[in-house]
Design a protein. Structure first.
Length: 251
């Protein structure tokens, strides 16, 4: 008979009476959406817990929030914070919410952008962050105009967000700024403007059609890496069969 962890046994014994659905179960350690699973009923709970516990014995259970997922790329120096760029995330959705691409700038109303620019520094203050890059993930419910905090990563965004996309979309050298902060020589830019649309698109079974119909009229492909032709059904951010980095202006 399977030996259940305390959290798994407790939740299964409680059944549906005091558990909220739908919910998202994820490992507390790890990254790249590994172990993330949606639960819509008590019948799905045991399966989701088993799936998540393959990655970590300690799990987090979150309310499922509808809306768009974006990230705020910011810099902090001496306790002062500035949001440099906002990133739209392209996601497969349930059950694993795999990230299939990123695009800058995020297409948000000016009102929501201004709110994010005010809120992110308060979040970074709350966790005591003073110096470096941060990648803050948020969910936006545009109907209610509510902004939900998903997580704060006290580092630059991965998936070429920090390395390539911020520079391509704004002209601002984000990586150089991180180095200057480490050296104590950083000065905040007086203004950041969107110069281009820049993004990365990952190849997998779920994005095959996007790759085949990619808009090469308005966007230049700056980098392309497709090492093999066998496409994978992506269940985590490491299940990718290639990518393109693109830049341009929609007409």
């Amino acid at each position: 008979m399977e030996e259940l962890s305390p959290v798994k046994a407790r939740l299964i014994n409680k059944g549906q009476t005091d558990f909220f659905y739908p919910a998202v179960i994820k490992p507390c350690t790890g990254c790249g959406k590994k172990g993330v699973h949606i639960v819509r009923s008590g019948q799905e709970l045991a399966e989701a817990l088993e799936y998540a516990q393959k990655e970590s014995g300690t799990l987090m259970i979150e309310e499922l929030i509808s809306g768009r997922e974006i990230s705020a790329e910011s810099l902090s120096f001496g306790g002062r914070h500035q949001v440099i760029q906002l990133t739209d995330k392209e996601i497969t959705g349930a059950p694993h919410f795999v990230e299939t691409g990123h695009r800058q700038p995020a297409t948000l109303s000016e009102e929501i952008k201004e709110t994010i620019n005010r809120v992110v520094p308060r979040i970074l203050d709350a966790v005591g962050f003073t110096d470096g890059a941060a990648h803050t993930e948020l969910k936006i419910d545009e109907k209610s105009r509510r902004i939900y905090l998903i997580e704060v990563n006290l580092r630059g965004g991965g998936d070429e967000i920090s390395n390539s996309l911020v520079r391509l979309s704004t002209g601002f050298d984000y990586v150089r700024a991180m180095i200057e902060i480490a050296l104590g020589e950083f000065r905040f830019p007086s203004e950041i403007t969107d110069k281009n649309i820049a993004g990365i698109l990952y190849l997998c079974k779920q994005t095959k059609e996007k790759f085949e119909n990619f808009d090469t009229t308005n966007f230049d492909i700056l980098q392309k890496h497709i090492p093999h032709t066998q496409l994978t059904e992506s269940t985590g951010n490491y299940d990718r069969d290639g990518y393109i980095i693109y830049c341009g202006k929609e007409k």
